[in-house]
Design a protein around this ligand. Sequence first.
Ligand code: MN
Length: 245
Amino acid sequence: MKPVIGVTPDFNAGDREDMGGREPTYFLRARYPRAIEDLGGVPLILPLTADPALQRQLVKGLDGLLLTGSGPDLPPSLYGERRRYRFRVMSHQRYEFELGMARLAAESGLPVLGICGGLQAINVALGGSLIQDISSEVPSALPHRPSGPATRLSHPVQVAPRSLLRRIVRQAKIRVNSSHHQSVKQLAPSLVASAVAPDGIIEAIESPHQPFFLGVQWHPEFLYDRDEVHRRLFQAFLKAARDAS
Ligand code: MN
């Protein structure tokens, strides 16, 4: 049996001009479920429920959880900060679901891969905080949201020795694409950084207490079909999900 991977969608609560307009609407870039399907899993797009009992049942029924990226940011109140800038904030339906599922997955050992905003959700769910805007708060940082295609490898990251990520990519340094304006500030107490950009921005986080609990700040879903290093991220995640099922 192929492992069943829950994939979180984005949500328009009915207050946007695009993506369904005034009708509450789920949406998701198709390349997330396609990556899971192409590499041997069964993607299952999840409903954004805030009910803890439903979340627990979903976690029990899944073999892995993919927390996807997002345009809007997590509200800074979730990590005890006031909102300093005017970036769009995620719907509560989405973050209540993603943070709840991330905590339940951490408790139960369910394999998790967080991508971009998914990494940020993992860190905040487990008690960490975020840099609200890299270019405002870290003026010396590299451009982490450069223009150009999302498939472009725009900066290197140093991969921590003896980390899960290092075992997956088997290289001390890899090049990644980059399309984010936030990143980890304070790491959650139970997590460690497993990749860092040359400017010090944290680019991957993981739990040393779980077989597979990993967040990457870049977008392997744009790279898995053309770059073996990034394909291995999904393959390792799917193997962990298979082993856990
Ligand atoms: Mn970056």
